[in-house]
Design a protein around this ligand. Structure first.
Ligand SMILES: [Zn+2]
Length: 726
């Protein structure tokens, strides 16, 4: 830059700053916080906007008034601008904004102007303003005068509602839409499983499923809040919710295996297309249709498929199914979305995309060998399909990056899927931020979204798998993190995210929430492990059911479900009172861990109650946390009582047995309370005519909520017998 140019540039900048009356700042001053973090904030001079100042609304342009939150929806519609007015302005172009989801907002001391080139942008501007007014009210301070220029980095920002093993009350879904809209999420991938009352295949819908009309109403409600509902109907594999019915047995790849359809049976397509049509009717106006397609396994085995699998390979067989369903989607005006693991697995590169044990050299070698296989079949990869690259750990596995690059270099559309709960646990979740590639929790969400942004990938989905069916509230911290980082991937640190999450969701601050959560989590880990001789309740080999071996990753073995097994042999023993002290010695580590939990109970439960009391919103989250914490605290008490009874001193032995009885009673009461809390948002019973869908998912073992406490119930049964022998 020449000197003269530099001079005039400086003058221009000065004029710009003077005319806008302010200085450039990166963030709003505390306590004001917008979630997600806006892209650009310029502070203006002036006293700021007092809460209650806004009274009127003026719409400039041809558009419908956006849906607004509690604070703004009470404004009266006026024609004339003036003091106390919120002006919404729809413009043809706005410099610096190239998406209709972007907006500018200028806050003066007596009025606010929101401008956008699209209705979505006006809606998002109002959501940001609503948050600022909430802070102004909560902290009794005027909203600082400023100009915000804001837009999302990713254009498809979705979260996942998986109805596999549970159904929430309809009002919970409506409230969830409002809550997601607040954080500028613009899509929900709704995985119906058997919770949609399909009309064309009425056998599939569970007795308590949602009608197509009700789902269409929810879709319209969501669209008014700029959220698309993308239906997900699982297809080739993960099909037990369909194939469990004997009426569909003829469509199974193996007559006794309910996991997968036969991809070369025309009947498969008749059933799937019927269900897709119903799913499309249930989500009018949506753009996408998610067809699932992951973890297929156990195909290429029937007399129809085996010759093709042998001759052309498994990849060809699954691409045949993909081609058929993608053609259907196209004919019906939808863009299909597909989980991408099967082609990668069959191309021999899958492990490199997720395993932290595959080195970059090994990944490069796998891809060197895999790329010709994938390239060879490139013509068979549908071009109208979105390949959803899913990875629930840290995103930096070399194979994960190579996969995204392969899609891009071959003209295939990719999006990413991360997960709000990588473990799927029902209690407090892992949040480990400093373990490098092995880190867990919201750091994984941020890492994959940042990678997507760097690679200019337009969309992300934050999955929330229902395999162990945690309460939906357990997912929200991750959902909101996905909202934050998909809008602005580099805007906030994780610690800043913790703070803004607490302020926006609950209207509270709580320094070092991270370590508090990890203390609660420590008790959850003990709960999962306490009663098992090896491993934990989370391990599939510890499932307390005689399960048919239909796991997609295992070779098929017929007749496994008939094996009788004594499941108490998986649980820890009880003290042998003829040999007092032996049990306590054997389980010393368990007893030490129980003691730590007992000693921190008062402090942690007091803090949870304080969080409940101080919250201005969403108190239900803390009711649930309290109920979960009380439940997980009953097992350490029980183990300590057992230890007490494991004594040569008869008096102490007797006192210990009394404490065991007390601990059992406390467990039953805590469980009852948890059922009550769950029942406020979720249906916790099924009708007797429901056809069970049994497989390796923990939550598919029972229809009511008690899959959560199967080991505990079994253990209490052991204690009952043991007490009788005393
Ligand atoms: Zn077949």
């Amino acid at each position: 830059m020449k000197k003269g140019n530099y001079f005039s540039f400086s003058i221009c900048l000065l004029i710009l700053l003077i005319s806008s009356g302010g200085l450039i700042a990166q963030k709003l001053p505390a306590p004001f916080m917008i979630l997600p973090q806006p892209q650009n904030v310029t502070m203006l001079n002036g006293p700021g906007l007092e809460p209650g100042m806004l009274q009127h609304l003026v719409l400039k342009g041809d558009f419908l008034c956006p849906v607004m939150g509690d604070l703004l929806s009470g404004l009266s519609l006026e024609k004339e601008t003036g003091k106390g007015t919120l002006i919404l302005l729809l413009e043809k172009t706005i410099p610096g904004l190239n998406t209709e989801e972007g907006y500018t907002m200028t806050i003066y001391s007596d009025s606010v102007e929101v401008a956008s080139t699209g209705e979505a942008g006006l809606f998002y501007g109002c959501q940001s303003l609503e948050q600022l007014l909430e802070d102004a009210r909560d902290f009794n301070k005027p909203v600082p005068s400023c100009k915000i220029t804001d837009y999302p980095v990713l254009s498809y920002r979705a979260v996942h509602f998986d109805l596999k093993h549970h159904l929430d009350h309809m009002n919970y879904y409506y409230e969830s839409i409002d809550r997601l809209a607040r954080y500028k999420i613009n899509a929900v991938v709704l995985e119906f499983e058997d919770k949609l009352r399909y009309r064309r295949q009425p056998l599939v819908g569970a007795p308590q499923s949602i009608s197509i009309d009700e789902m269409a109403a929810l879709t319209r409600y969501a669209r008014e809040r700029h959220i698309e509902i993308t239906p997900l109907v699982q297809g080739l594999g993960h099909a037990t919710f369909i194939l469990k019915h004997e009426e569909y047995a003829g469509l199974r790849e193996l007559s006794w295996n309910k996991w997968a359809f036969c991809p070369l049976n025309e009947g498969t397509y008749q059933v799937l297309f019927d269900m897709y049509r119903d799913a499309i009717d249930a989500t009018p106006g949506s753009k996408y249709l998610h067809i699932g397609g992951d973890e297929i396994g156990n195909i290429g085995l029937c007399p129809r498929c085996k010759p093709m699998a042998d001759k052309e390979g498994m990849l060809s067989l699954s691409l045949y199914w993909l081609k058929r369903v993608c053609e259907f989607a196209k004919e019906n005006g939808r863009i299909p979305i597909f989980w991408d693991d099967m082609p990668l697995k069959q191309g021999g590169v899958y492990e490199s995309t997720w395993s932290d044990e595959v080195t970059s050299t090994a990944a490069a070698k796998a891809w060197e060998e895999g790329i010709p296989k994938l390239d060879n079949l490139l013509a068979d990869f549908p071009k109208n399909c979105v390949y959803m690259r899913w990875n629930y750990s840290m995103a930096s596995q070399p194979g994960n990056i190579l996969a995204l690059d392969w899609y891009k270099s071959h003209g295939l559309m990719a999006m990413i899927a991360t997960a709000t709960n990588t473990e799927g646990g029902m209690l407090f979740q892992a949040d480990e931020r400093d373990k490098g590639i092995a880190s867990t929790g919201i750091v994984t969400i941020r890492s994959f979204i940042q990678l997507a942004a760097k690679k200019k990938i337009p969309g992300m989905l934050c999955t929330a798998w229902d395999d162990k069916s945690p309460h939906m509230e357990n997912y929200w911290r991750g959902f909101i993190a996905a909202a934050e980082f998909s809008w602005n991937p580099d805007g906030r640190t994780l610690e800043e995210y913790d703070n803004v999450w607490l302020q926006r969701e609950f209207g509270i601050s709580f320094p070092d929430y991270f370590s508090f959560n990890n203390q609660l989590r420590r008790g959850s880990v003990l709960w999962y492990e306490a009663l098992f001789r090896h491993g934990s309740q989370m391990d599939e080999e510890n499932a307390l059911q005689s399960l048919p071996q239909i796991e997609h990753w295992l070779p098929p073995v017929e007749g496994r479900e008939k094996i009788q097994f004594d499941y108490t042999s998986k649980l820890i023993e009880l003290p042998d009172l003829n040999s007092p002290g032996t049990w306590s010695k054997k389980y010393k580590d368990l007893i030490d861990r129980s003691l730590i939990e007992k000693n921190s109970y008062k402090e942690l439960s007091d803090r949870l109650i304080e969080l409940y009391n101080k919250s201005r919103r969403n108190r239900y989250y803390w009711s649930l946390s309290i109920a979960l914490y009380n439940l997980q605290s009953t097992i350490p008490d029980l183990l300590l009582a057992l230890k007490e009874s494991d004594s040569p001193d008869k008096i102490q032995q007797y006192a210990g047995l009394e404490d065991v009885k007390k601990a059992i009673k406390n467990f039953q009461e805590a469980w009852k309370e948890l059922e009550n809390v769950y029942g406020q948002t979720r249906f916790i019973s099924y009708t007797p005519n429901y056809v069970p869908d049994r497989y390796f998912h923990l939550a598919s073992q029972r229809e009511d909520l008690t899959w959560m406490i199967q080991p505990e119930q079994l253990f209490l049964g052991m204690i009952e017998k043991w007490l009788k022998t005393r």
